[in-house]
Design a protein around this ligand. Structure first.
Ligand code: AMP
Ligand code: ZN
Length: 464
């Protein structure tokens, strides 16, 4: 039985899907104005563990992710500049930027062996759906118009603080000095659904016609509109990083539930942050690291995946190069261990059961890894059984074990030649030459071990 921590109720709950056909999973996607940093990628990794856990439990998953290419302001709330417009020049340049960073993001996902959502939905391609939703809120008098924007009236939505557990009076929205105050806003916590080409946004380049004149959508409305369009309402699971609890997810819930009088999603899961020097890694904090920077330093990107697996998704994880080096060593050891395993045969049932229990206990990946190592270390089973079970575990862990195991069996021609030469040297008792050849084999990434009945060749896994 899969159990997950639901941010809505702040409890671990048994997962019960809406239908037995497919689980609807919506994950908030990136704002594509720059490269993703490894903090962002920690959240997408956690979502990948979740998706794989659902599939491991036999569910089919219908996975939808938006791509934010308009409306996300630098202030996260209704102030600052549109992040896309801040980086771009003309409309064409902005759209090119969005494409460039979307492609880079998808490449990062692939490098980390993260399964891509079957539906990727850029906000700019779903403007009519967003306008329709705003119109609905307008008709129900939950939204109102000022000279500058269309706002969601939070006083009309009783459960506004449900996700954060905060009362509305406690919200400090609007209290910051850099907020561009719209004098006609009814409550400081009211948030924009649609910005008009007025005031600060008079010259906004990305613009569409709407019943309220030309303008552009607020950040939150895209997720309400896109999730409803592809998954209906309610759907099963909605996820994101912990910073999305407020304002983004709080506002998504207000919009969707306000418009349709039913829950938006049944389970809300949030991943904790990646920290660096004990502070949150973030673009505005100026402390980001990209995946390619880690690869340039010689790390295998899957070492980062391994590092993320070592901590529970609801715990903060402090990133250091030492911890990544530790993860890289562990990954190398894993690859070294499995490289000589026999062809997979009947697996190890008890280990499989323990592993499934760990995964189903709110995605306890640190425990799952510990079980993996227990299996590797035990003498109780032949390597064929270990291989069978480890490859199954890897459906969740995603460390490409089978590919590594297969590749390790293919010895390149140049190494074959060196091995043959070494055999000749050994037989003629030319140990100096034989040692030389052993070193040559090692510098090609392979180890020769002499055994009672001959020798064995293994691929060597070190930093990469
Ligand atoms: P953004 O591109 O800013 O919309 O963020 C994309 C995702 O990354 C969101 O789900 C955020 O919650 C998440 N995120 C941002 N910073 C971090 C961090 N330091 N650690 C983990 N997740 C993060
Ligand atoms: Zn969202």
């Amino acid at each position: 039985m899969l159990k997950l921590f639901n941010s809505l109720t702040r409890k671990i709950e048994e997962f019960k899907p809406i239908t037995d056909k497919a689980v609807g999973l919506y994950t908030c996607g990136p704002t594509v104005y720059n490269y993703a940093h490894v903090g962002n990628l920690r959240t997408y990794l956690f979502e990948d563990f979740l998706r794989r856990a659902l599939e491991y439990n036999g569910y089919t998953v219908k996975h939808v992710m938006n791509i934010t290419d308009v409306g996300h302001l630098t202030g996260d709330q209704d102030f600052g500049e549109d992040k896309m417009e801040k980086e771009g020049g003309s409309v064409e340049e902005i759209l090119n930027l969005a494409k460039k960073y979307t492609d880079a993001f998808l490449a990062d996902l692939k490098t980390l062996n993260i399964l891509q959502a079957e539906t990727l939905a850029p906000a700019t391609e779903y403007i009519p759906q967003q306008i329709k939703l705003i119109e609905k809120l307008f008709q129900k008098e939950i939204a109102y118009e000022t000279e500058l924007a269309i706002y969601f009236d939070v006083s009309k939505f009783e459960n506004y603080g449900q996700l954060t557990g905060q009362k509305m009076e406690d919200k400090k929205v609007g209290a910051r000095s850099d907020v561009v105050v719209d004098k006609n806003k009814k409550h400081p916590a009211d948030f924009a659904l649609w910005f008009k080409l007025a005031g600060k946004y008079k010259n906004h380049l990305l613009r569409w016609d709407s019943p309220w004149g030309q303008g552009f959508p607020g950040w939150h409305i895209e997720c309400s509109a896109i999730s409803e369009h592809f998954l209906g309402q309610p759907f099963d699971i909605h996820t994101g990083g912990i910073d999305h609890l407020f304002p983004h997810h709080t506002n998504e819930i207000a919009q969707s539930e306000g418009a349709n009088d039913k829950p938006l999603a049944n389970y809300w899961l949030h991943g904790e942050h990646l920290l660096i020097r004990e502070g949150r890694m973030g673009k505005s904090e100026g402390n980001i690291l990209t995946l390619s920077a880690l690869v340039d330093k010689g790390f295998n990107p899957l070492a980062y995946r391994y590092l993320v697996l070592t901590s529970h998704y609801r715990s903060k994880l402090n990133f250091t190069e030492e911890s990544l080096t530790g993860a890289q060593h562990a990954l190398n050891n894993l690859y070294q261990e499995i490289s000589n395993y026999d062809e997979p045969k009947v697996g190890c049932a008890q280990f499989e059961e323990d592993f499934l229990n760990a995964v189903n206990n709110d995605l306890d990946t640190p425990k799952a890894l510990a079980i993996m190592w227990d299996l590797i270390k035990t003498d109780e089973f032949p390597t064929s059984a270990k291989a069978q079970t480890l490859f199954k575990f890897d459906e969740i862990l995603g460390l490409k074990m089978k590919a590594v195991w297969e590749a390790a069996k293919v010895i390149p021609d140049v190494v074959h030649k060196l091995i043959d030469e070494r055999e000749v040297a050994r037989k003629s008792k030319d140990f100096v030459r034989s040692d030389e050849l052993r070193r040559a084999i090692e510098s090609n990434g392979y180890i020769v071990e002499d055994t009672l009945d001959g020798f064995r060749v293994k691929k060597k896994f070190d930093k990469n």
